[in-house]
Design a protein around this ligand. Structure first.
Ligand code: GLY
Length: 369
């Protein structure tokens, strides 16, 4: 088992990564179990798979669960769900000094985290992520949000958890497609800042996706450690350091918007293809060796993730995709900063990107096979 500290003045916390640690939840989270009843907000599928383990762990410490189940899926990140959940937490008598446990993927973590950010002006919460994407990204770093009619994650708060328990055994029941989508975010840490980790993933990606215990634990631990370093440096994404975590997300967001944020393209799949596009666009600008862009493309294709824009059946052109980018929440006074690459492990924030040039590049990619 690994323990990765997220160092934030006055709000530091640990991320535990390991197989089977859900069974030790009561011991690991003992500082956050003030009362005999523990409020648990759980994704319905995650509860079906892991609820019994969590309940048994808490029962051993003489704690009972007060359970609130959230339907699986992005629709649960709504104003309505937030209202119902916060009302429920109030009826449970949750106080500022209490901790709410969130069991599930990014939807449950984001919704519960935001509810805890506003409940009585802020109570504690513990993240127990059960998807690869949530373990390596959304459960760490304190971004919480819901979706509104205007777009995804546009209403939220920075609210750090007090503890994250990432049990890699919970990934045993994760569908392969979601495993691959989460793996895109793992690859992201290598591509953006760690060439050695990228090379390790090139060699061991199959073992990670095959849920080899040691490979998976290493991949999750290295990813969380990378995120912890970045968040410690730039918690609120003001200096440009945390923005590096958006590698692949500007292109990816446009692709997700074009496919209606639906199962046609999962978030991680959009990020994977977005990273290929960011790498190829960097090469087109002469900033990244073409062979590095090919390495990025190859590892993404080998992971079973989409790597060619022409393969996802879009009925639009480059200008249509750029239109979606104009609604990106990273738009800043009329310009859109792009995460580009100078090398594998060397991402940087480019503020001089001409969106017409991006549209022309995307037109080229749309016909490439
Ligand atoms: N998922 C990007 C971030 O946490 O900043």
């Amino acid at each position: 088992m690994a323990v990765i500290p997220v160092e934030l003045a006055g709000r530091s916390y640990d991320v535990h990564v390991g197989r089977g640690l859900l069974s030790d939840a009561a011991t690991l989270a003992k500082d956050f179990l003030r009362k005999s009843i523990v409020p648990v907000v759980a994704d319905a599928n995650a509860w079906a798979d892991h609820g019994a383990t969590l309940m048994a762990a808490l029962a051993a410490a003489e704690r009972e669960v007060a359970l609130y189940q959230v339907p699986s899926g992005e629709d649960s990140k709504s104003w309505q769900s937030l209202q119902t959940l916060t009302d429920w937490l109030l009826t449970q008598g949750v106080e500022r000094g209490d901790h709410v446990f969130a069991l599930g993927g990014g939807v449950v973590g984001d919704l519960t985290g935001f509810a805890c950010a506003i409940l009585k002006r802020g109570c504690g919460f513990v993240q127990i992520p059960t998807t690869l994407l949530a373990q390596v990204d959304s459960s760490v770093g304190g971004k919480t949000a819901i979706n509104t009619a205007a777009g995804k994650n546009l209403v939220g708060a920075f609210h750090q958890p007090s503890l994250v328990l990432a049990d890699t055994a919970t990934l045993d029941t994760l569908p392969d497609r979601e495993m691959r989508a989460g793996f895109a975010e793992v690859l992201k840490y290598g591509i953006l800042g760690d060439a050695e980790f990228f090379a390790w993933l090139e060699a061991n990606g199959g073992a990670v996706l095959g849920r080899n215990e040691y490979a998976l634990e290493h991949a999750v631990t290295a990813s969380v450690a990378a995120k912890a370093r970045i968040v410690a440096e730039d918690e609120r994404e003001t200096s440009g350091v945390r923005a590096l975590l958006n590698l692949g997300h500007t292109f990816g967001h446009a692709l997700e918007a074009e496919t209606g944020f639906s199962d046609r393209l999962l978030h991680g799949e959009g990020v994977a293809l977005g990273m290929v596009l960011a790498a190829r666009y960097s090469a087109r600008r002469g900033e990244l060796p073409v062979e590095d862009a090919e390495r990025v493309t190859r590892v993404i294709a080998a992971s079973g993730l989409p790597s060619e824009l022409s393969s996802i059946g879009l009925k639009t052109d480059g200008a249509g995709l750029v239109q979606h980018m104009l609604h990106d929440k990273k738009m800043d006074a009329g310009t859109l900063p792009f995460l580009l690459l100078r090398g594998i492990g060397a991402a940087y924030l480019a503020k001089d990107v001409d969106l017409q040039d991006v549209a022309a590049f995307l037109d080229e990619q749309l016909v490439l096979h």
